[in-house]
Design a protein around this ligand. Structure first.
Ligand code: HEM
Length: 491
């Protein structure tokens, strides 16, 4: 056991998944941690998976599903099934080892001991027909040479876009909030979900692809909705919607939807990129040796799945947090107006620690991508805060971020939203436990890890959005879907 613990300590401290600039995510396991058999079971064939599936989607929901089992087994590491499963996902093995504290979750980042081939959303993988019959970057393991090429491409287009990122973001936000202001004054309230998606689509296409949607009226009008449908068909078997059961189980979680339902839209987006993003296609070929097919399908995936999908979940939560809390608005407004200058810039946002902390705290309490998976490359020992477990090569680890980010060993008062949690020296220390990007917030995405390529762009964009709101409005009131009152700042 002592030998096992020593090996575990060494794995944590030299983990190549962690950038060398950042400290190890967790302190080494104390020598006294006991070796424990992983609790939990997969149940009877067919019955175990179906019963877990019904708990997950229907009777309990993901939060309670994982919480109840943690309590039952008195362990943050246990065996369970996760959907999709029986009857029409016959080839999909639902057996996983759940890892639900900050320490065991961090093994998902260590690319020396886990692999990430085809498991972006778990053992189930949507058909490659959705992505032009190729496996896009997010489905590749770091050991596959194409991962390096495509991850560098993703980081390359972000770097290129950084020149226009801010101006395009602000231009799209201006249009979005002008629409909402008009709705509030004419109808008494304005929904922000669709205007936000329209703004995101335009901003992301212009900055990441260097293409202007207004050159194609159909793409300008409906591009965002085309992406919504394309995303939904891929992800439906894995997501709890919360509509009328058992209809949801029968129609949304029992089989995967075929690509032909969205092929027309996807082909329009493909043609649009091919015609309008010629400069980017040349850049991909000369800098990264990528052919046109690989570039367009990967670009559409980065733009539609990673960026548009991620922001469409993250930003409504952030807006809702701000518009429903007047006391928080007051504090943020002071900080923003003292530091913003005449025009917002990334530099000015860097001088707003409360704004940044609010963004981090929102990502902690509502991580936009709740589930992360990784498969053991070899046998190894995994530590939670209180035990050590043997993991066998090939086993699938499944981390549920919403619980991990409420780990009471790391975060005081973990269930509460504390706007200033990540401020100051002590708050800054906590960033190494903030995992929304599939890596610590102190880490750096690279070709040798699977951390989100846009880790810093996402937090900066969130901060820009908060600063923009507090600069534009003296007060803004609303909820998770709409704005009901605004008081604009006098210029
Ligand atoms: C709020 C917005 C976003 C969120 C929440 C988010 C989250 C994530 C997460 C959790 C992963 C890892 C998935 C896994 O392997 O389990 C990931 C990967 C990735 N993200 Fe993001 N992301 C966001 C925005 C973006 C944007 C704007 C880009 C644009 C370039 C981007 C590009 C990527 C790429 C290329 C990967 C794959 C990395 C690899 O294969 O090594 N993401 N993202």
């Amino acid at each position: 056991m002592a030998m096992g613990t020593m090996m575990t300590c060494r794995m944590m401290s030299i983990s190549p998944g962690m950038p060398s600039s950042s400290p190890p995510t967790q302190s080494p396991a104390p020598a006294s941690l006991p070796l424990r058999t992983i609790p939990g079971s997969y149940g009877w064939p067919l019955l175990g998976p179906i019963s877990d599936r019904l708990d997950y989607f229907w009777f309990q929901g993901p939060d309670t599903f994982f919480k109840k089992r943690t309590d039952k087994y008195k362990s943050t590491v246990f065996r369970t099934n996760v959907p999709p499963t029986f009857p029409f996902f016959a080839g999909v093995n639902p057996n996983v080892v759940a890892v639900l504290d900050t320490k065991s979750f961090a093994y998902l980042f260590d690319m020396d001991i886990v692999e990430k081939k085809n498991i972006l959303v778990g053992e189930f993988m949507p058909s490659v027909k959705f992505t032009g019959n190729i496996r896009t970057c997010a489905y590749l393991d770091t050991s596959e040479p194409q991962h390096t090429q495509l991850k560098n491409f993703a980081m390359g287009i972000l770097k290129r876009s950084s020149k226009v990122w801010l101006s395009e973001l602000v231009a799209s936000l201006d249009t979005m909030w002008d629409t909402i202001d008009t709705d509030v004054s004419q109808k008494g309230s304005g929904s922000y979900l669709i205007p936000l998606q329209q703004a995101l689509f335009k901003f992301l296409v212009k900055s990441l692809a260097g293409a202007d949607p207004s050159n194609s009226p159909e793409i300008a009008e409906s591009g965002y909705a085309m992406l919504d449908k394309w995303l939904a068909l891929q992800l439906l078997p894995t997501i709890k919607i919360g509509i009328l059961q058992p209809l949801e189980e029968i129609f949304l979680h029992s089989f995967s939807y075929p690509f032909f339902l969205v092929s027309g839209d996807y082909n329009k987006l493909y043609q649009f990129i091919r015609n309008e993003a010629k400069e980017l296609l040349r850049y991909a070929e000369t800098e990264f040796g990528l052919n046109q097919e690989d570039t367009i399908h990967n670009l559409l995936f980065i733009l539609g799945f990673n960026a548009f999908g991620g922001f469409s979940i993250f930003l409504p939560g952030l807006i809702s947090r701000i518009v429903s809390d007047t006391a928080l608005q007051e504090k943020l407004r002071d900080e923003v107006r003292q530091n913003a200058g005449p025009n917002l810039s990334f530099e000015s946002v860097m001088k707003m620690p409360l704004v940044q902390s609010v963004v981090y705290e929102t990502l902690r309490l509502s991580p936009p991508v709740p589930l992360q998976f990784a498969r053991a490359r070899k046998d190894f020992q995994l530590s939670s805060h209180d035990s050590v477990f043997d993991i066998k090569k090939g086993e699938l680890l499944c981390g549920y971020q919403p619980l991990v980010m409420r780990d009471p060993e790391v975060f005081d008062d973990p269930e509460s939203f504390r706007a200033d949690r990540f401020m100051g020296e002590e708050g800054g220390e906590l960033l190494k436990y903030l995992y929304w990007s599939n890596g610590p917030q102190t880490g750096s995405p690279s070709a040798s890890n699977k951390q989100c390529a846009a880790k810093d762009y996402v937090t900066l964009t969130g901060s820009m959005m908060v600063a923009y709101l507090l600069k534009r409005y003296d007060s803004i009131t609303g909820d998770s879907a709409s704005i009901t009152a605004v008081e604009k700042a006098v210029k």
